[in-house]
Design a protein around this ligand. Sequence first.
Ligand code: BG6
Length: 342
Amino acid sequence: MREKFGNVVVSRWRRSGMASRTSLFCLAWLGVGTAVLVLLLTSHTQPQVRREKGRADGSSSVVEMAAPATSVVVLDRGNNTTCTVNLHGATVVSWRVNNQEQLFVSKQAIFDGKRAIRGGIPIVFPQFGPWSTGPQHGFARICRWELKKPPERLPTGDVEAMFQLLDNEFTRSMWNYPFSLTYRLILREKELHFNISVYNPGAETLSFTFLLHTYFKVPDVRRCQITGMRGCTYIDKTREGTLYQEHRDVVTINEWTDRIYQNTPLEHIITNVVSGRKMRMQKYNLVDTVVWNPWIEKAKEIPDFGEEEFPNLVCVEAGHVSSPVILPPGTVFEASQILQVM
Ligand code: BG6
């Protein structure tokens, strides 16, 4: 891991350079094939449930039929510490540390292999927010990803897996560019590491936004504090995108909250997550942090979300969203996130 990350977000694509970047990854590759592999790549059938839910403004009613769902990959570190990734969006849908779930997934989440999974850690790419040529938050969270490298145990005892999304007819219909988006996931005793890279193999420069839409599970969002925002400017999406500056040492949530904090530090701590513990989020090359909770009224407008569920999540989302990543041909954007139960 680099010690310092500036605002430079691209580097030349060099295999050897990438491989030598961290000693951790070198150890990982040395350990390949030497230990127990835990892979559950199963066809996971959801019950056929019919859902109907009206929008708060009464404009429409959503009728959904949950279809047989998608494949999941389980990283199992032992000691009831696991991470489950649904290949639909390569969405992390569960992260259990000593059998304690750390992520929120709505009871009304729909696993139809079409829409984004409501909870866990969906990946937002190549567009954060509304999009004129495709769905809100882009296509990465609604595409089926490839399992590039099945879970493998490293010499450290940690488990890693790798996922990839390449451009295809579907992505080209919205964003007509070639790309390779990969992320390497490493499950440690109390940590979950994401190492992301976006490679531009084409002849044109890419411009995109990227975000990890992490839904943390919490007993009561009103009791959570989020550190690291003091002095940062933020775009308040609940107030027509007005720009403010944060003066508080810690951010608390007592109403509908939808803010893009800009140029945030490398670390945030969220208090009072599961079991009253703290969660540390470290991020690299993800210069912004979105804080979101729909609260009750907005929750009613979300078809795959129970209105009574809003106290049980806080989204703290590391991203590169207030300005796009500009990626010239032949270059790669790299970013990481480390979540740690303290
Ligand atoms: C957040 C956005 O990241 O995601 C919010 O800042 C948005 O504006 C929320 O409402 C949920 O988005 P979606 O598309 O998953 O309902």
